[in-house]
Design a protein around this ligand. Sequence first.
Ligand code: NOJ
Length: 736
Amino acid sequence: MDRPVPYESEINALLARMTLEEKLGQLQQLAWTGDTGPGEGQARLIESAAREGRLGSVLNLHGARRTNDLQRIAVEESRLGIPLVFGLDVIHGFWTTFPISLAQAASFDPDIARLDAEVSAREARSNGVHWAFSPMMDVTREPRWGRVSESSGEDPYLTAAFAAAKVRGYEGEGGGPIASDRMAACAKHFVAYGAVEGGREYNTVDVSESRLRALHLPPFRAAVDAGVATVMAAFNTLSGIPAHANAHALTDILKRDWDFDGVVVSDWAGVAELIPHGFAADPADAARLALNAGIDMEMVSTCIADRGEELLANGHISAERLDDAVARILRLKFRLGLFEHPYTDERAEISAPSAETRRSAREAAARSMVLLKNDSRSVSRDRLLPLSPDITSIAVVGPFADSTDLHGAWAGPGADAFPAVTVTEGIRLAVPGAKIGYAKGVESEGGGEATPGIAEAVAAAEASDVTVIVVGEPAGLSGEGGSRSDIGLPGEQGELIEAIARTGRPFVVVLTCGRPLALGPWLASAPAVLVAWHPGLEAGHAIADVLFGAVNPGGKLPASFPRTTGQVPIHYNHENTGRPCGPDHQDPRYGARYLDLDHGPEFPFGHGLSYTTFAFGEPTLTTFTLSAGELLDGATVEVSVTVRNTGDRDGDEVVQLYVHDPVASLVQPVRRLRGFQRVSLAAGQSTTVRFTLGAEDIGFWTNAPEGEFVIEQGDIHVYVANSSQAEVPMRTLTIK
Ligand code: NOJ
C-alpha cells in the first residue's frame, strides 16, 4: 500500500477547490440516448448539468464534433473546467465489428481480443469516446442467459486470459497513462452476474464464498492486475445483498484486498434499482447504501447527486468516502490525459473500417469458428469439409444464408453503418466459377410461409453438388435481455435441415449464434456442422475461408453444448456427486443424470475438430513431488507434451492442461483448465508445449468470508488433452 498514489497532488489541488455540489456532480453519469437501457435518454439535462459543474460523465454519445461541442461547455463554461469522460458500450468493435466475445474465446487465442480492443480503441477514441464498457467477464454456465454472447463462456481461467488481453488492448500496457489512441476499459459486471438463476436476465444469484472466489472473481483479478481503469457493478443480488450495495465485493475484495484505485461505476440505474430489489427504502437510502458499499459513479439514476448533501449533513455518508469517489473519477480523467487534451481532433476522426481492420476482423472470425462434426456423405472423400474450390454448383439456403444479421448482440455503431458480408456473397467470391443457388427456406424465428420455402430450398439442394445450410439466431435473441427458455434453433429451422437431409445429398450446417445451442434431432443426419457464432462485419468471407479450406478451423468450444435445454446447466468443471456417471460408474439408474438423455453434453468444453489430425505424446513433469510450502514460496512444476500434426494439411491445435484434486476438504471440480496454447503445425510437424503449474493452479479457496487460499497434501491429477472430456493418460503430482 506504500506505492505512490497516481496524480495525488493534482487531485488534491482540485478537490480543495470543489464545492459539495461539484463533487457530487463528478459522481453523476447521464445517458445521451436511452438505447441501451430503459428510459428515453437525458440529452435535455446534460448541457445545463455540464455548464453548472454537476456532471462527470456522459454515455451513449459519439462523434468527434458532437462530443467536442459538449466538452466545450464543461471545459469552457463550468466554474472549474473539469472535462467530461465519454463512455460507450464498445464490446466487440466500433466501426469494425469483430466476432462476438464468446466467439473470440473459442479461438483460445487471447491475441484476438487484444487486437479487437486495439482496433476498437483507435476507432472509438477518434470519435470522442474515452471509455469502453468492456470487457465483460462474467463466467457463466447458463446458455439460456442472453449475455453468454458477451462472455468468454464457462471457464474462469480462459475468461481471465481474455479479460487481461482485452484490457491491455484497450488501455496499453502498464496501468499508467492511457494514450490518445487508447481508451479506458471497464471490467464488468462485478460480480457473479453469470450465475443468474435459471439464466433469467437480472435474476438472483446465491453463491458460496469458495465458488465466488474460484469461479467468478479470477477474471476480475486478472483485469485489475492488467491495470483496468474501471469496474462496473452487476445488476444481480449476491447471496441476498445487491451487487450495487455489496461492500464485501466492492470494497473489501476489490478496493482493499486488490488495491484497486480506479472507478467503480454503477450499471444503468443500478443505484435506484436497490429500491425495487427490496434493499433500499427510497432514493436517499439507495444513495447511502451504494456509495458506502463502494460505488463511485452513478449511471443514469441520480440518487447520489440529488440526496448527497442531506446524507452528508446527517452523517449517513462521510466526506472522506465522497472525496475518495471524486478522486477516483478525477484520476481516470488524468490517466486519459483529458485535462491537457479535452478535445478530439475532428480532422483525424476515423469514419469507416479500413482494409486492414477488415482483414483483422476476417481472420479473427475464421480463427473463432469451431468444427463440431465432419463426417462423409460422399464415397470419394473421407470428410465432407473442406469443400473443393473446384465445385461446380452449390446451394446456400437458410434464413441466415443471405442475411446481414451476423454482427451479433452489442455490436457498435458499425453494425448500422456497415452491413456484414453475407454468406452467399462470401461464397460467390470464394468460388467464382460455381453456380450458386439460394433459397431462404424458412424465417429465422418461425412464421411466414415455411412449407413453400422448404420446398424451394430442397429444389436448390437437389440441383447442386453440395448445400450449405446457414441457420441460427438473430442477434436480437442474445445480449442483454436475450434470455431464452428453449435454446434450440428458433422456428422451423430444424425442419429445414431435416428436409435437406432427406434429399440424401451432401450438406453442411453453419450455425450463426450468440450462445451454445441445443442442436436437436437433426444433428444425427448432418454430415458436417460448423459453429460460426455471430462472426461480425466480415462474416461471409470468414465462413467461406473455413468452408473451402483457406483457413483450417482450430477453434474450441468455450462453453459446453447441451443435448437439450432441460439438461442445462451442464458444464465440464462440475463437481462429482456421491453417485457420479461415466464409464467407471455403470449403474445407469442411480447416477447424476437424466433418464431420457445420454450422459454428458452433446459437445463438451474444449471440443473442436480440424481438417488435419494431431497426436499428443505422454505428458512429462519436471518433478512429481512438491510441498505446499514450496509452492507458496513460488515453486513451480513444468508440464510438457509433444504434439504432432499427423495429417496431410497444416493446422492448429489447442493444447489444454487440466488438473483435478481427487480428495480435498472442499470437493473440487472433476477438471479445471489451468493452461492452454494454440499451436500452428505444418503437416507432419511436431512441437513441445510447456506449461507451468504453481500454487494458484493447485490450491483452492475455502469458504472463509475473508478469503482463505489453501494447498492441501495429497495427489493432483494432471491431464493434457485436446478437449475437456478426452480420455488421456493421467500424471500424478504429489503434494507433501
Ligand atoms: C446495461 C448493461 O448491463 C451494461 O453492460 C451496459 O454497459 C450498460 N447498460 C450501459 O449501456
